[in-house]
Structures are given as C-alpha cells and as structure tokens.
Write a new protein. Structure first.
Length: 212
C-alpha cells in the first residue's frame, strides 16, 4: 500500500465518520517519516492528517476544529485587522521590569481559540523572560492603511511535536533549516486577552476588543 492509497482510504473513512465532504487539501510538509496534509471541508471544518511512511496503515488525526460557522466575532475582527501583515513586535518583561521587543513573523492565522503562534528556539532570551513573566504585548502596523494593532496576552512555550507539525509552513526553513527536527525548535503560544487598535490618523482613542 503506497501513501497515496493510504491518503484516499483515510479521506473515505473521515467522510463517513464526520458525515462531511472534502473541499480541498494541501500537502503541508513531507520528510523521511511522514506526509502531513491540511484538509478543508465544505462545512468549515479543517483537519490535519499525518500518514507515516514507515507504517502506511497508521493514520493519525492531529487536529480537527470548526473555523467558519462557529468562529467568534472577536476572532473574525482580529483576523481582518491582521490581514496582509506578516510581522509584528513581541515585547517581553525581564526580571528588572525592563521591556524588550523583537520582530516576530506570523506564519499561521490566529486560531479559533484566540491564540497567536510563533516559531522560536527554546533556548532564546525571550523564552527565559516569558518563563518568569507570561504577560506579553504583540504590536502590528500597516502604516499605508493607517492601521495599528496592540495585543495584550499571556505566552507559554510549547514543544509538542504534533503541534509543531500542525503549525509548520513552507518557508520557515530560512530560520529552521532542519524543519521540526531543528534542535530546540518550539512554539510560542500567545493567548489573546485584549486588543486595542487604531484605523485612521484622526482616531486618538483606540477601539478595544476583549477576549476575556
């Protein structure tokens, strides 16, 4: 049985079990051990599917979630605000109360739980600061559109391999040449608590979106 046959069998049984029909799929990552597919269904569900190349009969569902129908209005509004922005500034607090900021690239859309995900190295200085002070700020700007966004949230380090595979995107090899096998690779999970944003130069007071 080859990987293509395994994939088709997996889709067949998923369709029967969830009583939903496949809209599209994309091969997200392939390495010496696995194929990772991102599936999208007509009812708005997305699913991440891993097929082992060594044990093709072993098919694992990594994640399934409802995105379109049940997405909260706050999530939809924040996604719209961040649309077209590829990089933000992550600000952390050190043990002396000083603020440190650094650019972080966005590779995944904010998820249905109101969470931002960033790839990082577990031994980086920002991770040490987050382990002591989870409160962070992530700011984004689109000056040409007079749009500015400030996100207050709490961060934690995630090293789960399945989550790394789920969130991995082509292009991250620039920073992590070995992919998810890169030593010390991890994810920063930022749970959004509040968003302040400005959408025009004439707006002195921010508009606020609360996630609490």
């Amino acid at each position: 049985m080859n990987s293509h046959v395994s994939f088709r069998i997996a889709i067949y049984f998923i369709n029967i079990y969830y009583k939903i029909y496949l809209f599209s799929y994309k091969l997200v990552i392939t390495n010496s051990d696995n194929y990772l597919f991102r599936l999208r269904y007509i009812n708005g569900k997305t699913l991440t599917l891993r097929i082992s190349l060594h044990h093709l009969y072993k098919i694992k569902i990594l994640d399934i979630m409802t995105q379109s129908v049940q997405t909260k209005p706050q999530i939809q509004e924040l996604r719209k605000l961040l649309e077209g922005i590829e990089c933000g500034m992550l600000t952390t607090i050190d043990d002396h109360g000083s603020l440190h900021s650094r650019p972080m690239s966005i590779w995944n859309e904010i998820d249905h739980n109101g969470t931002l995900w960033f790839f990082t190295l577990a031994n980086s200085h920002k991770v040490v600061e987050i382990e002591h002070h989870q409160q962070v700020n992530v700011s984004f700007s689109a000056p040409n559109q007079q749009r500015y966004v400030s996100i207050l949230g709490s961060a934690q380090l995630i090293r789960d391999r399945d989550k790394l595979e789920e969130k991995w995107q082509p292009g991250l090899e620039i920073w992590f040449p070995q992919g998810i096998d890169e030593p010390d690779i991890a994810l920063l999970k930022v749970k959004v608590n509040k968003v302040d944003y400005w959408e025009s130069s004439s707006s002195f007071s921010p508009q606020t979106i609360s996630f609490l």
